[in-house]
Design a protein around this ligand. Structure first.
Ligand code: NAD
Ligand code: MG
Ligand code: MG
Length: 331
């Protein structure tokens, strides 16, 4: 399934430049959206809770800071950039009553809309502009004259021009310099969750940790196991990232490449694929979202327990010791 990609020449900047935009939250994404849009000639205000420690930083960047209620009331476009698990509560208490017909409610991740934790009023557009990178990169690339690609989506088109608003917002972020991809809330939410669970965070950490544990349990020194299964990961990933798997294979020895073809499919096998399919199913049917939100409501009990176990594990304590050998890492 190929995706449609648009660039600066395809987008009308005047759409977003003609609107008042509220950025709710001033964290990783919030500071980048607020500053990039303001530099793109958009009328921006940042909505923060009373006593927010971010207010000073936003003012220093020359931004107008108001309450979340006032920001939502004044704005035509309200972009919600606070942690996903608190968005529904903050929306109910501070935003909902200040949305009027013709306004646009915007997100950088589809979780709350896709799983129904936030239900927008009928006359309001619901859009997503999700940069494919962390906030500080979104800001840095913009300042340097380039941009991070955005995924743009429309869930509810009440005014008939919700797509123009989403794409123009993406232009204001600098995303059109790199490419604006057109997608859906379902695709963005489900692919994002699947990627971080099965491959990027869940899969990667489990792979590294299981390899490390296998060597240590077989009697090898933990420090050497750390180098082989953890430390060298970044160098391999960098080669893949820069020039492809074939280039990584060209850089490693023939012995390593032969071992890759022999051992890879034994470790990540048909059973692993079935597990991934099961993970995808639980994301698609909302079971994962419910489990996560229930844990949030329970004070993050499961999350905190598992975080503590991970922090105490041998691979983490070994890593701390080994990384101490590299003075350049701590800089
Ligand atoms: P963050 O954790 O960096 O930002 C949190 C902001 O929310 C801060 O300004 C904080 O003060 C504010 N906040 C925290 N609790 C609050 C409360 N109870 N009431 C009001 N404000 C509160 O968040 P983030 O990582 O920028 O994520 C924001 C959105 O962007 C999420 O939907 C996330 O999925 C999405 N997103 C994040 C990234 C990323 O790289 N971080 C990338 C793409 C999309
Ligand atoms: Mg994510
Ligand atoms: Mg080696």
């Amino acid at each position: 399934m190929a995706i449609e990609i648009l660039y600066e020449k395809d987008v009308d900047p005047s759409v977003i430049q003609g609107k008042k935009v509220a950025i709710i939250g001033y964290g990783s994404q919030g500071h980048a959206h607020a500053q990039n849009l303001q530099d793109s000639g958009v009328d921006v205000r940042v909505g923060l809770r009373e006593g927010s420690s971010s207010a000073e930083k936003a003012k220093e960047a020359g931004l107008k800071v108001v309450s979340m209620e006032q920001a939502a009331e004044e704005a035509d476009v309200v972009m919600v950039l606070i942690p996903d698990e608190i968005q529904a509560k903050v929306y109910e208490e501070h935003i909902k009553d200040h949305l009027h017909a013709g306004d646009t409610l915007a997100f950088a991740h589809g979780f709350n809309i896709h799983y129904g934790y936030i239900k927008a009023p009928e006359g309001v557009n619901v859009i997503m502009v999700a940069p494919k990178g962390p906030g500080h990169i979104v800001r840095r690339q913009f300042v340097e004259g380039s941009g991070v690609p955005d995924l743009c989506c429309v869930q509810q088109d009440a005014t008939g021009d919700a797509w123009d608003i989403a794409l123009s917002y993406g232009w204001g972020l600098g995303g059109a310099r790199a490419g604006l991809m057109k997608g859906t809330f379902a695709q963005e939410t489900e692919e994002d969750l699947f990627g971080e669970q099965a491959v990027l965070c869940g899969g990667l950490v489990a792979l590294v940790k299981t390899g490390f544990d296998t060597l240590v349990e077989a009697g090898y020194p933990a420090e050497l196991a750390y180098f082989e299964c953890y430390h060298e990961m970044k160098m391999i990933v960098d080669l893949m990232y820069e020039k492809g798997i074939h280039f990584m294979n060209y850089s490693i020895s023939n012995t390593a490449e032969y071992g890759e073809y022999y051992a890879g499919p034994k470790v990540i096998n048909e059973e692993s694929k079935q597990a991934m399919q099961e993970i995808l199913k639980r994301i698609q049917n909302g079971e994962f979202a419910k489990e996560f939100m229930d844990d949030c409501a329970n004070g993050h009990k499961k999350l905190l327990e598992q975080r503590e176990a991970m922090n105490d594990s041998l691979i983490e304590t070994t890593g701390e010791k080994v990384r101490g050998m590299f003075s350049w890492l701590s800089k």
